[in-house]
Design a protein around this ligand. Structure first.
Ligand code: ADP
Ligand code: ADP
Length: 228
């Protein structure tokens, strides 16, 4: 069953720039969907609309709770990872990861326990007390992924998360991300303009074109390494 339905979504900025034109896509629960396309084709705009950070000019996004059909997912069940790790430099790794729970008023002991758990999921046990600047770019991205997992999202939006990393680091993170995806059963939406990356990671690829932004093709990636 679908977790997300993008229904005829258009977005026009400043009454002039058609960033998205009548985009439709059904996303089945548990899939790993990549959005691929040139700069300016509206990838980030779709994510902002899905995240509720931006309103579509027309059309709508429906989120279906996997357990209760027809019930809208609350935004707390959506996680985000951006290209830049956006960590708070004065806070420890553990406090950065636990921040979403701190903002929700979860008691310290509980959020730290959960923080340690998600740091373990990204291979960063032992780094709780480190400051972000003491970590490499790849490790900072792991922290950012851990933070996105802390509230157990059903849907994870990743906007070119590995675009700024070197090739080796990126490949390690690919394997790490696939492990997390399998372990959690989350639905992942992933923006990249790296076709190899999309083929390696995804079960489905949505190809977009610009001016106006449209989904021109959607195809399933045959199973292979990711299913090992
Ligand atoms: P992508 O992520 O694929 O590079 P974007 O969604 O960022 O594409 O942008 C799609 C189009 O909308 C581009 O032409 C971009 O310049 C424009 N755009 C994006 N955000 C805004 C904004 N806040 N105001 C005006 N135009 C925008
Ligand atoms: P990204 O696509 O990774 O978000 P951009 O450099 O395209 O990065 O955009 C940075 C910010 O500026 C985004 O918040 C985007 O919405 C906004 N933006 C992009 N293009 C325009 C534009 N033409 N006019 C106004 N804001 C824009």
């Amino acid at each position: 069953s679908s977790i997300l339905r993008i229904n005829n979504v258009s977005k026009i900025y400043n009454e002039t720039i058609t960033a998205l034109s009548e985009v439709n896509l059904d996303i089945p629960e548990g899939e790993f969907v990549s959005f691929v396309g040139p700069s300016g084709c509206g990838k980030s705009t779709i994510f902002k609309i899905i995240a509720g950070l931006s309103e579509p000019t027309s059309g709508k996004i429906e989120m279906v709770s996997p357990s209760q059909q027809e019930k809208t997912i609350d935004r707390n069940e959506v996680g985000f990872v951006f290209q830049h790790a956006t960590l708070l430099p004065w806070k420890s790794v553990l406090d950065n990861v636990a921040l979403p729970l701190e903002l929700k008023g979860v008691p310290k002991k509980e959020r730290q326990e959960r923080g340690k758990e998600v740091l373990g999921m990204v291979g960063l046990e032992g780094y709780e007390k480190a400051l972000p600047r003491q970590l490499s770019g790849g490790m900072q991205m792991r922290v950012s992924i851990a933070r996105s997992l802390i509230a157990k999202p059903k849907l994870l939006l990743m906007d070119e998360p590995f675009g700024a990393l070197d090739e080796m680091t990126r490949q390690n993170l690919h394997y790490e991300l696939l492990k997390i995806w399998k372990r959690t059963g989350m639905t992942v939406l992933f923006i990249t303009h790296n076709v190899f990356e999309s083929v390696f990671l995804s079960t489905k690829i949505a190809v977009m074109s610009a001016r106006p932004g449209r989904i021109t093709n959607v195809f399933d990636v045959p199973p292979y390494e990711r299913d090992d």
